[in-house]
Design a binder for this molecule. Structure first.
Ligand SMILES: Cc1cc2nc3c(=O)[nH]c(=O)nc-3n(C[C@H](O)[C@H](O)[C@H](O)COP(=O)(O)OP(=O)(O)OC[C@H]3O[C@@H](n4cnc5c(N)ncnc54)[C@H](O)[C@@H]3O)c2cc1C
Length: 371
């Protein structure tokens, strides 16, 4: 006998958004979400909190479209989640700025955004800015920053409150969450799946793998592929400061609590989430260039976390063949799980119950890496 109808492995940003999404369409009581414990690698607890469409998908229009649609769903998604859980996600979505640190970078970024806008057929909107234009939006930005771009769809949230709210919303609607249940192996049977966990055996009819980097190990056990690479990102946090920034960027954002979050590095092939003095010094140097008035402000903490990347950086959505009937496995990995949380919950989750992975995102199939 099955322990649940749908079992989600991994209670991070993807698993929780899908779990919450399934609970919205009325099937939470049949859903069980397993997770590891506090010492595991969890990008959901170490990320930067941006909802970011600019610069995403210039070479894969389906991703640009999916990302932009998710950003546009965010206000509705946040309203619903906040009303259900009472947790303020600290959503601010008045647009975001990308800073270019050299003239060359500015030119290349301008070309990239022009391509993104052309492919979006008018849906993606942006404005290139010189230093004066930047300083009109952000008066404290340093005079040596050559320029950047503003796009109105971007924003930011508190990612820890988001994760907590997704769990709370899922549980409030009858879903079951079990931490300290690392899945060790999975067996495919004709009726479904048998999972061996650190707490014993569990059976399910439908399986959703959202185990972050561990998807690379688990997915082949059910015949799916999730080729993944890790990349470490380190972040710094300042003391609480008076309002200094109006817009988030990938380098700096002022959180709802007043601290400044300084990001972030991109260190390939990392296998631990340590902070290193060299990278922290580089992050602080760049932050000072952008915002010279940070010079005498204190850094109060920092952390590292591992990104979950496919070889081309785009999402990996995999599904067993629908001809297998109701018992079916899915596997999902994506770098921008915060940005995509809205569309994962509101559109992908209900679709999974109906026909599987929707047509427009078949572009994210791992088959693109085969032969
Ligand atoms: C430094 C950094 C900055 C980022 N900034 C942003 C940003 O600004 N905006 C944005 O949209 N995205 C950002 N991201 C990416 C975002 O955090 C990830 O896309 C998202 O967390 C991925 O979600 P996930 O559920 O796949 O993985 P995770 O969030 O890592 O969750 C995976 C979960 O699965 C559990 N698990 C793993 N193996 C098993 C197992 N065998 N059994 C049971 N459970 C298991 C883990 O414990 C974990 O809880 C950033 C990431 C990093 C590292």
């Amino acid at each position: 006998m099955n322990d649940c109808q749908t079992l989600i492995v991994g209670g991070g940003m993807l698993g929780s958004a899908l779990a919450f999404g399934l609970s919205r369409v009325g099937s939470a009581d049949g859903v069980l979400m397993l997770d590891q414990g506090d010492s595991s690698l969890r990008a959901a607890r170490g990320n930067f909190g941006l909802l970011w469409a600019q610069g995403k998908g210039a070479s894969l229009p389906a991703y640009a479209d999916w990302t932009l649609r998710s950003c546009r769903l965010w206000p509705e998604f946040a309203r619903e989640l906040q009303a259900l859980t009472g947790i303020d996600l600290q959503l601010r979505q008045q647009g975001g700025i990308h800073y270019c640190l050299s003239e060359q970078e500015q030119e290349a970024y301008g070309r990239e955004l022009a391509q993104q806008a052309a492919l979006s057929q008018g849906a993606f909107d942006y404005r290139l800015l010189d230093n004066e234009g930047l300083r009109k939006l952000e008066p404290h930005i340093g005079r040596s920053v050559p320029g950047g771009a503003y796009s109105p769809n971007d924003g930011h949230v508190n990612p820890l409150y988001l994760l907590r709210a997704l769990h709370a919303g899922f549980i409030a609607r009858g879903g079951r969450y079990r931490p300290n249940h690392q899945v060790q192996s999975i067996l495919r049977t004709r009726e479904g799946f048998v999972l061996h966990t650190e707490q014993g055996e569990l059976r399910t009819e439908r399986l959703i793998l959202t185990a972050g980097l561990d998807n690379a190990r688990l997915a082949p056990m059910v015949g799916l592929q999730q080729p993944l690479l890790s990349q470490r990102g380190q972040l710094l946090i300042t003391e609480r400061l008076p309002p200094l920034l109006n817009y988030p960027s990938i380098y700096l954002r002022q959180t709802g609590d007043g601290t400044l979050q300084i990001g972030d590095s991109a260190e390939p092939d990392a296998h631990d989430d340590r902070n290193t003095p060299e990278v922290m010094a580089e992050l602080a140097r760049r932050a000072l260039l952008l915002l010279p008035m940070l010079e005498h402000r204190r850094i109060v903490r920092g952390w590292g976390a591992l990104r979950i990347l496919s070889p081309d950086g785009y999402p990996l959505y995999a599904a067993e063949d629908p001809s297998l009937g109701r018992a079916r496995a899915f596997a999902f990995s994506a770098h921008s799980g915060v940005t995509l949380a809205a569309i994962h919950a509101l559109e992908l989750a209900p679709q999974l119950l109906r026909d599987g992975i929707p047509q427009p995102v078949s572009a994210f199939s791992p088959q693109r890496f085969e032969g």
